[in-house]
Ligand binder design. Structure first.
Ligand code: NAD
Length: 447
């Protein structure tokens, strides 16, 4: 099928590449000329494992191409996927300017039937706004062309996006049109061969499903962080508690890892946007507000521990930082906990020596002017001359480091672990003092 994708970010590029991989004829459009130029030259602008080889072979096979030309993009596909960003507005609501801009472009250039498929995460009711925007442009042109609007939220995880797209748990399709439903069935047929993963519903329910899924996952994390903070004050070990509750199949082991807060481009903004939607319809979403408040505080927890260790005086201290990306296997730094920690440390007069396996370029881009930041080529280099070590991302290569090297390099032999990567005994054997999240009173004394 002929498919157009608007937006070549984490969602758009993965969607385009995977749909081309199974045989569709895909044109990806982006307004970012530099991004499209890179893609045309065979460079992938983001780090996503496995994406480069799929893009390369689908481009070579002539099934995936790129453009900045809106007219060409609209004319290409009978299906027009919208995968542009929906960042938070100042009041926490989702900013729909990019989504509506695409909808207007479609109305401006379409000359026969189109299915507009919204893959961006958008508030309930956006389907109606997209319909109105396309219709307004058609009216302006004096045309009465038929089109349908579909909500098809994306559930992929950065870092595992290809696998998630190729083997989805579910494909949610919200539509009021049988014709559009049949076309979406055809698009996704190759992903449904072992069993049907498609769940059809109305547009509003599909839009809400995406927010509900992310809010539920964020709730699990904030819940666990709250219990971890209690464990610290009660002398319990959250890792034992985690195993104890995860063994209950009604709870499960997924998404109950305590840590220094969730980040990324989805959970923070989606929880906020849903809470905002609730306010707009006069409903006080107390649970969602609490999930966000707990996470906000949790992102400062590592800083609080470091500051407490140095009796509130961080002037001139050097903190080695392992992990900058908001989670492993991505270079995405949006809302990353590392950013909160670094900004807190700089504010207090400390400096940071940081290393991340993939997010160095992005960190450089974000903090090019920051004198308190030194980017290091390896995790060992980051330790040299530092007072203490802090860990914000659970990359595999941080999981079993040479503790002797850490102990030998740090001036204070203290590790602040925001992801509970290690067994406290192991570090104690190497003479390291270990502060993790929720690991008992002995781990961290609160005055
Ligand atoms: N990143 C994720 O893991 C993830 C997962 C599921 C859903 N989502 C949702 O998918 C949407 C996209 O997220 P993302 O992370 O891919 O965003 P992104 O910021 O990485 O990419 C968005 C792209 O859209 C482009 N764009 C903006 N306006 C455009 C226009 N008028 N025409 C064409 N392109 C345009 C931008 O230049 C950018 O390249 C968001 O709503 C997000 O919430 C993201």
């Amino acid at each position: 099928m002929k498919i157009t994708i608007f937006g070549t970010g984490y969602v758009g590029l993965v969607t385009g590449a995977c749909l081309a991989d199974v045989g569709h004829d895909v044109l990806c459009m982006d307004v970012d000329q530099a991004k499209i130029a890179k893609l045309k030259n065979g460079h992938i602008p983001i780090y996503e494992p496995g994406l480069d080889s799929i893009v390369k072979h689908t481009v070579e096979a002539g099934r995936l191409s790129f453009t900045t030309d809106t007219r060409q993009a609209v004319q290409h596909g009978v299906l027009q996927f919208i995968a542009v960003g929906t960042p938070p507005d100042e009041d926490g609501s989702a900013d729909l300017q990019y989504v509506t801009a695409v909808a207007r472009s479609i109305g401006e250039h379409m000359d026969h039937y189109k299915v507009v498929v919204d893959k961006s995460t958008v508030p309930v009711g956006t389907g109606d706004k997209v319909k109105a925007a396309v219709r307004a442009e058609l009216d302006r042109r004096g045309l009465e062309l038929e089109f349908d609007v579909v909500s098809n939220p994306e559930f992929l995880k950065e870092g595992a996006a290809i696998n998630d797209f190729m083997k989805p748990d579910r494909i949610v399709v919200g539509t009021d049109s049988d014709k559009a439903a049949d076309m979406l069935r055809e698009v996704y047929y190759p992903f449904n061969r072992s069993h049907d993963r498609m769940i059809f519903m109305d547009i509003r329910s599909a839009e809400l499903t995406k927010y509900a899924a992310n809010s539920m996952l964020a709730t699990k994390i904030s819940f666990m962080n709250e219990i971890a903070n209690l464990a610290e004050r009660l002398g319990a070990d959250i890792e034992a508690v985690r195993r104890g509750i995860g063994s209950d199949p009604r709870i499960g082991y997924h998404f109950i890892y305590p840590g220094c807060g969730y980040g990324g481009s989805c959970f923070p903004k989606d929880v906020q946007a849903l809470a905002r939607t609730a306010r707009d319809c006069d409903y006080d979403a107390r649970l969602l507000n609490a999930v966000e408040a707990v996470n906000y505080a949790q992102k400062h927890v590592l800083y609080d521990k470091i500051s407490h260790y140095f009796n509130g005086n961080l002037q001139g201290k050097v903190v080695a930082l392992w992990g900058l990306a908001f989670k492993p296997n991505t270079d995405d730094m949006r809302e990353a906990s590392s950013r909160t920690l670094m900004e807190d440390l700089w504010q207090a007069g400390a400096s940071v020596q940081a290393f991340d396996p993939e997010a160095m370029e992005e960190t450089q881009r974000l903090y090019a002017e920051q004198p308190g930041l030194t980017l290091c080529g390896t995790k060992e280099q980051a330790l040299k001359g530092a007072d203490v070590l802090a860990i914000c991302t659970e990359w595999k290569e941080f999981r079993s480091p040479d503790f002797g090297v850490i102990a030998g390099a740090l001036r204070e032999s203290v590790v602040f672990d925001g992801r509970n990567l290690y067994e406290p005994d192991m570090l104690a054997r190497h003479g390291l003092i270990y502060y993790a999240i929720g690991r008992g009173r002995n781990q961290f004394q609160f005055d």
